[in-house]
Design a protein around this ligand. Structure first.
Ligand code: FES
Length: 101
């Protein structure tokens, strides 16, 4: 699947997240010190919207019951075998491009 422009890097400063929704799919995009990472944005606990939570370093904190996932690896902090799917995200000419495939 081709990359889709989902926003501008200027709107996603370091330490922040944004959410992309396409049908049933939600993706959380994290800016960790200028490096972007994208993980499945639906929490496996009760389907909370991860991108609407907090970002502490590389850790995404679910806004509903505070489960945490590393946005670099997708792994849950308590059970690393529980991993969120990762998506490929990149920046080109100031635009954020996401591959939802
Ligand atoms: S829905 Fe995410 S911790 Fe419960």
């Amino acid at each position: 699947m081709p990359f889709e422009r989902i926003g501008d890097l200027a709107d996603l400063p370091a330490g922040s997240m944004m959410e992309v929704v396409r049908g049933e799919t939600r993706v959380a995009i994290c800016n960790v010190d200028g490096a972007l990472h994208a993980i499945d944005g639906l929490c496996p606990h009760r389907m909370g919207p991860l991108a609407q939570g907090a970002l502490h370093g590389t850790m995404v904190v679910c806004p509903w019951h505070a489960w945490e996932f590393d946005c670099v690896t997708g792994a849950n902090d308590y059970n690393p075998a529980l991993k969120q799917r990762k998506y490929t995200v990149k920046v080109k000419d100031g635009a954020i491009l996401l591959d939802l495939d």
